[in-house]
Design a protein around this ligand. Structure first.
Ligand code: AMP
Length: 478
């Protein structure tokens, strides 16, 4: 998963890009970068947090009327700087691109680019693949007289060729600014605007929280398969190109996005409260009698408080969190992840001691976090510990950009029933959201729930799935 931002129309956008990236830092901490256009591309990118990459940054040197920003969470490819985004090419046009998602036919496209276009892809980063594919299609057009419809044709070709999830932003030098999504709209992309003394400025971002922070008015979500082109006169052209049945990633609501962001007119915080309330039935049917409900800070607060309200069990904050340690999942190796969990959470003794505690988290993937928390709670005197997952069991790899693609690591993929999982993570009981209950919440917003159901909206062959898993096993992150 990554976070992207694009702005066009401003005289000096680099400070906005960098500030905007800081509020979507939670979407990726491996690398960060920006590119601006002012007669030529100026690019800065590097490994680590935004504040680190841009520590001695001089915005003056990066002035430009349009630009892109990216925070990277390496799901595929390495965490090295060479794979950081944005990327830019100078032929057939000056093009720069950022994207969020994951391309699933990487090998096939790489081969095709080599055989048909003699292009060598020298990174394992899929944004290069999208950009080169885009460039190869663009080359076929009459570049001197390029029209908006030509650009839309090019995006349509890209959507035919590139399989998987992508929300992409592109600068086309001397022509304008282009945003597009895959035909299923798996990853989020929102569009906003603001009026300045210099005229209207448009921005695109992975999350609306960027707009709140930078003072943009939210306009809308991009639709599945849509392309929006803003020309140099700031005219907006948009068209739905290749569109399939929408499959918006439900994990954005469950875990990934910030609670104040809104996608498809649904506030993330409210979605989490609804999911918490939805858990009530299963919770009451389970043979448990908790004295209190606590959450795993921070993302589980809304689930826990929604559930507590519904089942009339008091909610308390039972775990203190060190706010200066990053998300446990978004760190490269399993060993590092375990250490981060240790540094991050500490039970609040008097709240826990001698109580039967139901602890709510957004999900259980490998079981590292839950096992550690249950152990801690017992150490601090909890009489019983029930572990509640706001999401259904995660059993299938995400091939669309979330780092949980190895089945053998997933507890729910390994073990068949909740008792076994409870034993493995050391809980007195485990309660999961039921998939059908989650789906009931999304009857009017078609979602991707492949990590729970195994139904991949794009379709997938066993060979590609195995290949993605093998690559994952061999990559730096595992
Ligand atoms: P695990 O410790 O492997 O069971 O992972 C579960 C923990 O990681 C939970 O506390 C979540 O907050 C977080 N988490 C769950 N799924 C993801 C994901 N796909 N990406 C990043 N973090 C996640």
């Amino acid at each position: 998963m990554c976070g992207i931002i694009g702005i066009t129309g401003h005289e000096d956008i680099s400070a906005e890009l960098i500030n905007g990236l800081t509020v979507i830092q939670h979407r990726g901490q491996d690398a960060a970068g920006i590119v601006t256009l002012n007669g030529r591309f100026r690019m800065k990118k590097g490994q680590g947090h935004v504040s680190r990459v841009f520590r001695n940054f001089d915005p003056e040197a990066f002035q430009g009327k349009c630009g892109l920003g990216h925070v990277r969470y390496a799901t595929m490819g390495s965490t090295l700087e060479v794979d950081a985004q944005p990327i830019a090419v100078n032929y057939p046009y000056g093009l720069a691109m950022v994207h969020n998602g994951n391309v699933i036919n990487f090998q096939e496209l790489r081969r095709r680019l080599y055989e048909d276009n003699m292009r060598l892809l020298d990174t394992s980063n899929d944004v290069a693949l999208i950009l080169y594919t885009f460039a190869a299609q663009l080359e076929k057009k009459d570049l001197k007289h390029l029209k908006v419809d030509d650009l839309f044709d090019v995006v349509s070709e890209v959507q035919d060729l590139v399989k998987g999830a992508y929300s992409a932003l592109t600068i086309i030098a001397n022509k304008g600014f282009l945003a597009f999504t895959d035909p299923y709209g798996i990853r989020p992309l929102v569009m906003g605007r603001k009026l300045t003394d210099q005229g209207v400025v448009y921005a695109f971002a992975s999350e609306t929280t960027v707009f709140d922070f930078l003072g943009y008015e939210m306009m809308r979500d991009l639709q599945p398969g849509e392309a929006v082109f803003i020309d140099n006169e700031m005219n907006v052209h948009s068209k739905i190109l290749k569109q399939k049945k929408q499959a918006f990633c439900v994990f954005e609501y469950i875990y990934f996005a910030r609670e104040d962001s809104v996608f498809h007119e649904r506030l993330v915080a409210s979605e989490r409260v609804k999911m918490g309330k939805k858990l009530a039935k299963t919770f009451q049917e389970a043979d448990i009698d908790p004295d209190i409900i606590i959450d795993v800070p921070n993302s589980a607060y809304f689930f826990a408080s929604g559930l507590a309200e519904e089942v009339h069990v008091p909610y308390r904050r039972g775990l203190a969190k060190n706010r200066f340690v990053g998300r446990s999942f978004i760190t490269p190796t399993q060993k590092e992840r375990e250490n981060v969990v240790k540094q991050k959470l500490n039970p609040i003794k008097d709240i826990i001691k001698d109580r039967k505690v139901a602890v709510v988290d957004d999900s259980i993937v490998r079981g590292t976090t839950s096992r550690h928390i249950i152990h801690l709670l017992r150490e601090y005197g909890a009489a019983k510990v029930f572990f509640v997952s706001a999401s259904p069991p995660i059993k299938f790899p995400c091939i669309y950009g979330i780092d949980m693609s190895v089945r053998k690591e997933m507890v729910a993929s390994h073990y068949n029933d909740n008792e076994e999982i409870a034993r493995v993570i050391g809980a007195d009981a485990v309660i999961y959201q039921k998939l059908e209950d989650l789906q009931e919440l999304y009857q009017d917003l078609p979602i991707c729930d492949a990590c729970f159901s195994g139904n991949y909206p794009t379709g997938i062959t066993k060979e590609i799935l195995d290949h993605i898993e093998q690559e994952k096993i061999g990559s730096d992150r595992n």
